[in-house]
Write a protein of this length. Structure first.
Length: 94
């Protein structure tokens, strides 16, 4: 359990950067999707993130799931095209 708390704190305070305001459902979705606990979401982890967010009522995620446009959504969120999605990139899509 302390490991999950550490991940959550790291997610909120990335390298001393600003705190990002996530709901508890967004935090839980991110933690569930981040299978390797690197505080980033890669293409393999992204469908889990979408599934979790859609289940919590996120409309954009529900649309991605409904239409199966995971690749398109990932590319839109991954603004620097490095193949990973970071918390600031997710925040920018709110």
């Amino acid at each position: 359990m302390p490991y999950r708390v550490l991940l959550l704190l790291t997610l909120l305070f990335l390298a001393g950067g600003p705190a990002y305001s996530y709901s508890s459902s967004e935090k839980n979705a991110f933690l569930k999707a981040d299978a390797n606990a690197d505080r980033k979401i890669d293409r393999a982890e992204f469908p889990v993130l979408i599934e979790e967010l859609a289940a919590s009522g996120a409309e954009k995620a529900a649309s991605v799931k409904k239409w199966g446009i995971y690749g398109m959504a990932f590319s839109k969120i991954d603004t620097n095209a490095d193949g990973i999605i970071t918390p600031p990139e997710l925040e920018a899509q709110r």
